[in-house]
Ligand binder design. Structure first.
Ligand code: C2E
Ligand code: MG
Ligand code: MG
Length: 453
């Protein structure tokens, strides 16, 4: 009895430890095993300075498959992925399940970028073969990120963070990419972090500004409203384009603060304009995934005393696609309050026509890419013609973006395009200059502006 009493707790302790290090679904090691392995490998390599590599593998589009076919099918795919990874990795390597549909691999004998890329490519190919779910086959791709020790991180945390950054880059480039963390990426990250700091400070100091660009009726060039565009000039970095800092604020999680500040400023400036003019404001795709967006937007308008019926929100197709249900709900809430919705950059996204049926929009903005080639390229003209006809059928207003010449304006007018926006009618300028613009152009714009006729 005594020996039994002595050994059985020992056994169960070992078993418990094994369980704590094992992923129950796939039988692979879990993230504790991974951390342990990296730690001991790093310690080992302290005396033998040969590098080693870790990789993260994330399945693309796994969540929709899980939602569509159920979690049993999802689990089955994860097990097949685990099996394939185990079968294909080089000798001496370890696969672990890192998190959900993410796996981590430790490659003790991969020393540099080219080697990591080669393994990455191979894993990518292996995982792209169809998965057998009994009654159906499913195809998935995978994105990969690698980091080489010690260049991409001397300790475990740093190394994992570098691999995560590399993976994030792969995801951002689209599906099925392989990225190895590099000195260039490290520098870019540093720059992005500096930019983030400067932008956060600018928001606190209230130095991010908003400019306004006129949107006119093409038949008589009358100003109908303005689009608000964010402007930021940093004392050290100089002018930074919103095409850079808006995505940065999205990525670093403070787009809501930035956007709220901008909307408040834009709405306040708009109060000084003639009441019939609308304000068009860009909503970020991240905001369309956040259920609090509608409430926050209305609270800001309420605080400023701005009539929601004067507001249009510009959204893009990608925004609507990423989380359609939430986006749908936010859009309905906003429209119920009288806010109109424009589909921005139309024609460049992936699912244009279907979205027009599924969502309720009020206006479509034809992307500058088509407008700028309309006078030289017949195809662009045909596309614009088709968009205009379709919008007429669907009872949607149309704005052509990026009109730079009288010729383009005349052509679009001839095609029956209702509204236009672009440098030809006015560049984006600050609130004070917008008031001057209105004094000069608003009431008698059509008469004053004979040059356009
Ligand atoms: P967008 O919403 O499509 O805005 C139109 C862009 O085209 C603006 O660039 C505008 O200055 C530019 N543009 C207008 N007319 C012409 C023209 O005739 N020729 C040319 N070449 N360009 C023209 P901008 O201001 O650099 O903004 C870039 C993008 O940044 C915007 O594209 C929008 O997606 C985003 N953005 C700007 N402000 C905000 C904001 O307050 N919030 C959010 N979420 N995004 C913003
Ligand atoms: Mg816009
Ligand atoms: Mg646009």
């Amino acid at each position: 009895m005594e020996p039994a009493e002595r050994t059985s707790p020992e056994v169960s302790r070992n078993e418990l430890q094994a369980m704590a290090y094992t992923d129950q679904l796939t039988g692979l090691g879990n993230r504790h095993r991974l951390r342990d392995k990296i730690r001991s490998l790093a310690a080992e390599r302290a005396s033998d300075p040969a590098p080693f590599t870790i990789g993260l593998v994330n399945l693309d589009g796994f969540k929709p498959i899980n939602d569509l076919f159920g979690s049993v099918a999802g689990d089955e795919i994860l097990c097949q992925v685990a099996h394939r990874l185990n079968a294909c990795i080089p000798d001496g390597s370890t696969v672990t399940r890192y998190d959900g549909d993410e796996f981590a691999i430790i490659l003790p004998l991969v020393f540099e970028r080219v080697g990591a890329e080669r393994v990455g490519q191979m894993i990518k190919d292996v995982l792209s073969a169809p998965y057998d779910l009994g009654d159906r086959n499913v195809r998935l791709s995978a994105s990969l990120g690698f980091a080489v020790h010690p260049f991409s991180g001397a300790d475990m945390e740093e190394l994992l963070k570098s691999a995560e950054t590399a993976l994030y880059r792969s995801k951002r480039r689209g599906r099925g990419h392989v990225t190895v963390y590099s000195r260039e990426i490290a520098q870019e990250m540093k720059r992005a972090t500096q930019l983030e700091q400067a932008l956060r400070n600018a928001i606190i100091a209230d130095t991010v500004d908003v400019h306004f660009q006129p949107i006119v009726r093409l038949s008589d060039n009358r100003v109908l409203g303005f689009e608000a565009l964010a402007r930021w000039i940093d004392p050290d970095l100089g002018f930074v384009s919103p095409a850079i800092f808006v995505p940065l604020a999205e990525e670093r999680g403070f787009i809501d603060t930035l956007s709220e500040t901008l909307l408040r400023k834009a709405a306040e400036a708009t109060l000084a304009w003639p009441r019939e003019l609308f304000l068009s404001f860009n909503l970020s795709s991240v905001q369309l995934m956040d259920p609090s967006t509608a409430g926050n937007t209305l609270a800001i308008l309420n605080g400023v005393g701005f009539d929601p019926r004067r507001l249009e929100l510009e959204i893009t197709e990608t925004a609507v696609m990423t989380s359609a249900d939430t986006a749908q709900r936010i859009i309905s809430e906003l429209r119920d309050a009288g806010i109109r919705i424009s589909l921005d950059d139309f024609g460049t996204g992936q699912s244009s026509l279907g979205r027009l049926r599924d969502f309720t929009f009020d206006k479509v903005k034809i992307d500058r890419a088509f407008v700028s080639s309309i006078t030289t390229d017949k195809t662009s003209e045909h596309i614009i013609r088709a968009i205009i006809a379709m919008c007429q059928g669907l009872d949607l207003e149309v704005v052509a973006e990026g009109i730079e010449t009288a010729e383009e304006a005349a052509l679009l007018r001839g095609l029956g395009c209702g509204m236009g926006q672009g440098y030809y009618f006015g560049r984006p300028v600050d609130a004070a200059a917008t008031l001057l613009y209105l004094q000069r152009h608003h009431h008698e714009f059509a008469v004053v502006d004979r040059a356009f006729a």
